[in-house]
Design a protein around this ligand. Sequence first.
Ligand code: UDP
Length: 504
Amino acid sequence: MAHGALTSLRSPWPVPARPPHVVIFPLPAQGHVNTMLRLAELLILRSGRNGLCVTFLNSEQNHLRLLSFTDAADRFSEHPTFCFKTISDGLPPEAPLSKDTILEMMEYLKLTARDVIADVIAPPPTSSSLPPVTCIIVDGALSFVIDLGEDIGVPVFVFRTISACGFWAYFCMPRLVEAGELPIQGEDDKDRLLTSIPAMEGFLRCRDLPTFCQVTDLSDAFFRYIEDQTIRTSQARGLILNTFDALEESMLDQIRPHCPNLYTVGPLNTHLRSIQLSTGSSPVISSGGRSSNSLWKEDRSCLRWLDMQPERSVVYVSFGSITVFKGKELTEFWHGLAASKFRFLWVMRPGSVPDQDEEDDELRAVTRERGCIVEWAPQEEVLAHPAIGGFLTHSGWNSTIESIAAGVPMVCWPYIAEQPTNSRFVSEVWKVGMDMKGSCDRRVIERMVGDLMTGRREELATTAACMAEAAAEAVSQGGSSWDSMNRLIDDIWTMASPHKRVDH
Ligand code: UDP
C-alpha cells in the first residue's frame, strides 16, 4: 500500500488509544454485499492510515464466492484494520435467491442475530489487534438489529442500499393504507395515481410502487416485514444512503424530518474509485484495473469484444443477480434486440434463463453477427466503455446509480422490490431513460431500444452526461457526498469516545 500517498489523505481525526471499531452487517445478497463492502473500504481509506477498524459479516456462501471470483482477499489484506467474519444465512448451499428465499433468509437472520451480535461484540482476545466494537452499520433490511445493539449499548446506523425514492415509498406504506390507497384492487387498478406519498403526487401510480407494496392483501408476509423494518429506521443513530443530494434532493427533504441524521455518500462506486486512485490502494488499481465484489466469475472477454465495436454502438443488457425470466420473456427480449438491429452485450446469469425447449437458429445467428453473451460481466468497466450507448436494465439501485454515474441512458424493465419506483424516476423525474414496466413484448423492446440508441439518443445522452457530472462533483473533495462521509466518520469517532455524545 502506498503509505506516503495515504498520509496526505490522513484525516483530521485524532489517534485515540482505542480507535473506533465498526461492524458492518449486510443482507447476504449481491447488491447489498457489493455496496456495503464499498462503504467498508471507503471508511478505511477515508479515515486514513491510523483510522478505524471494520469487521464485515459475510455469509459463508458469499464469502467463498467473493474469495474465488475477486481480488477482495488481496485488496483487504492490505488493510490490517479490516477483517471478515463469516455467518450462516440459513439457506441450503447454492440456493438461488428469490422473493421466497430472501424472506426465509431474513427471518433466519432475525432469529440468529442476537447470537451473531453477541459473538462479534464479545471482548476481543488480548492477542487481537482489533479494539472493542463501538458501533454497528446494519443493512436497512435487517433493522431489527437496532434494538439488539441499543440493548447492549452499541449504537446502530442503518445503511439502506436502495434509492431515496424507494426508501420514501416504503416509508409511506402506513399512509397509503390509512388513506385507503392500499391494498390495490387487482391488475386493472394499477394505473391509478397515488396522492398520499408527499413529493410523488401526480406521477406515481400503483404500478410504480415497490412490488412488495403492490398487494391485494395487507397481511402479505413481505409487506408486513418491509413496513416494520422501514419504520424502525427512525430509531437508528443515522441513515446512510448510496445516493447524492443533487439527484434526490426532493426525496431527501421528505426523509430528513423522520431520519434527521442522514448521510448521502453515493455514488459509492465512483466515490471509492476516486479514493482508490488517489491512494494507489491496491495492485489491481495501481495497474489500471478496477476492484470487484462480484459473487459470480466475471467474464472479461466481453471487454475485448467491446474494444472492437464502434463508439456508443452497443446496448448493454443485464438484469442483475436475482431476476429470473418466466415463460416467453427471454425469447421476447431476444427477438426485440435482434429486430432493433443494434449490437448487444447481454449478461445471461446461470439460473436466470429457463431451459430453452427449442434452439432458435435465427437468433443464434444474429447473436454471432452482432452480439456477445456472457454469464457475468465486469459491469462498472462495461458501463464506462466508450462502445456502450445504452443500458437495458432491471433498475436495481446499484445498476441504476452506476449507470447514472457513467452517463449511460437506460431502458428499464423492473422486476422486484423498489425497482418499479426507480424506473419511474428514471423516466419521469431524472429523464435519463424510458420505462418499459408491465410489458415484455418484442415490438415494444425493438421500439424502445431504437429510441435509446437513435430516436431520443441525443436528448437522453445530454441529460445523462449532466447527471454524471453532478455525481462526480458530489464525490469530489468538498462535494455533498464527500462531506457526508466526513461527517459519518466524525460521528463514528465521537461515539467511540467515552466522554462525547452525538445528539441529532
Ligand atoms: N453486476 C456485475 N456484473 C453483472 C451484473 C451485475 O458486476 O454481470 C453488479 C452490478 O454492477 C451491481 C450489482 O451486480 O453492482 C447488482 O445490483 P443491483 O442493485 O443492480 O441489482 P440486484 O442484483 O440486487 O437485483
